[in-house]
Design a binder for this molecule. Structure first.
Ligand code: ZN
Ligand code: ZN
Length: 479
């Protein structure tokens, strides 16, 4: 397996799990999953890959087993151990890209510096509360590495962690899908969207920032790569010699909550979202579409604790490419197949085919065509129901959020009438749509927004009404 076909993922929790699904959907030749933890109850709230039956099993092995079922053609290697400084360099040198999807700062920094030394691009990702962050570092590039930004890895307890302050499951899955899409760009030899740019996506305020972060000339970690006098110029070693801050790396394992329910509530307890949790638990969400483009959204909604998922897709049989939820060999009615897969993966998930005439709390539109999307959105608008419409575009697409009374989808949609076929990198768009819907249910806002996702970078703007549109007659619902 040559470079370009192998991705190494450090950490297969929420972030690493959806990144792995994105890469496997794209048919990446070989995936190496490195994780030393075991599946805990809190993983179920974040991971699109791990299921109820996996609790207690090694995360790497459980993730590899599920990927093997969904994507039998992809070679998946599970390594149930903690990344160690002494072996990191040798471990990374054959990879086309390294995905640093681990929460522990010491391991993020170790993955970053070892990838630099091994001459492999690395993508760092993190998710906390309702915020996702991504940064790509290419060896010898002009952009900052983690050491340029922080100088030293933060010590344990210095930074908030999802384990302590919580993370909204769909935000973690979204960050992982963006991470996977970025890794695909790098494997294809393209410029990374987050190279020298730190992306911060804040779902709660609905803002996205992509800020240039140049390399720091005095940085100990990446400066030698540029001048050509550092350890890389002398060839990779396996000793880990010359890696900065080895003292801070490899500290003892974090204590994890042992009580299952406490762990679940800790990760769902996002400050300010307290009252939103019961709203999600009571919600009935109708999802239109259950093909590969909708599967990441269905998983995200189940993670968020949505009370009931009504899956509306009567398509018979399956000609789909493999998706996040079930393999096309499982030929059945799509809606029923997706509901069955979700229930298998999450014992707590309530999913059923949409009952004709059922009135949902909110609707997610993942329709295959513009015409069907317009019809579904209009039906939801007339019913006075929050709806989010996903439209696939050249490299990403758009998500339109329509709360009751806001400019309708016809007012806010793209001028383009031809949607692109589903691409593996499009999983990020489905995750974004689901995350927007979850935020809209948990913390209702009367403002309609449109998020354009182009090459991994979202742009958020408020929607406006077209002159003369009949949606102006609708009464805005005061919240
Ligand atoms: Zn640096
Ligand atoms: Zn309108």
């Amino acid at each position: 397996m040559g470079i370009g076909g192998q991705a190494l993922i450090v950490g297969v929790g929420g972030l690493g799990g959806s990144a792995a699904l994105t890469l496997a959907s794209a048919g990446v030749g070989r995936l190496v999953l490195l994780d030393h933890e075991r599946v805990g109850p809190s993983d179920l709230g974040r991971s699109a890959l791990l299921g109820t039956d996996d609790i207690g099993a090694p995360r790497a092995g459980a993730a590899a087993a599920r990927l093997g079922t969904l994507f039998p053609k992809v070679e998946v290697v599970a390594e149930d151990r903690r990344l160690a400084p002494a072996e990191a360099l040798g471990r990374f040198s054959g990879a086309g890209v390294v995905l640093a999807a681990v929460e522990e700062p010491a391991l993020q920094f170790l993955a970053g510096v070892a990838a630099l030394r091994a001459g492999v691009p690395v993508v760092h990702a993190g998710a906390l509360r309702t915020t996702a962050q991504l940064l790509t570092v290419r060896p010898g590039g002009a952009g900052a590495c983690l050491f340029c930004l922080f100088e030293e890895p933060p010590t344990e307890g210095e930074l908030p962690t999802a384990q302590r302050v919580g993370v909204l499951g769909p935000v973690s899955t979204l960050a992982g899908a963006l991470l996977g899409a970025e890794a695909l760009r790098l494997l294809a030899g393209e410029h990374g969207a987050y190279e020298g740019r730190l992306l911060t996506l804040e779902l709660r305020s609905g803002s996205a920032r992509s800020v240039a972060v140049p390399r720091r000339a005095s940085c100990r970690a990446c400066a030698p790569l540029v001048t050509g006098t550092g350890p890389v110029a002398a060839g990779p070693t396996t000793s880990g010699e010359g890696l900065p801050s080895t003292a801070a790396i490899g500290h003892p394992e974090r204590p994890r909550p042992t009580d299952g329910s406490a762990a679940i509530s800790a990760q769902l307890l996002v400050p300010g979202l307290g009252e939103g949790q019961p709203r999600l638990a009571q919600a009935r969400v109708r999802v239109i579409g259950a093909g590969p483009s909708a599967a990441p959204a269905l998983l995200s909604l189940a993670q968020a604790g949505v009370g009931l998922l009504w899956i509306d897709d009567p398509t018979e049989g399956s000609v789909d490419p493999p998706g996040w939820l079930h393999h096309p060999a499982a030929a059945t009615q799509r809606g029923k197949g997706a509901a069955a897969s979700l229930s298998t993966l999450r014992a707590s998930a309530a999913a059923a085919p949409y009952p004709t005439g059922g009135v949902p709390t909110a609707t997610l539109v993942c329709a295959p065509t513009v015409t069907e999307a317009l019809a579904a959105a209009e039906q939801a608008r007339r019913a006075g129901v929050l709806h989010v419409v996903m439209e696939r575009d050249a490299d990403g697409g758009s998500v339109v959020v329509v709360p009751p009374g806001a400019p309708c989808y016809a007012c806010a949609r793209s001028a383009s009438t031809a949607w692109r076929p589903w691409q593996p990198a499009g999983a990020a768009l489905a995750c974004l749509a689901a995350a927007e819907l979850v935020m809209g249910i948990a913390l209702p806002s009367p403002v309609g927004v449109r998020v354009d996702l182009a090459r991994g970078v979202p742009t958020v703007r408020t929607t406006t009404r077209l002159a003369g549109c009949s949606c102006a007659a609708a009464k805005a619902v005061a919240r």
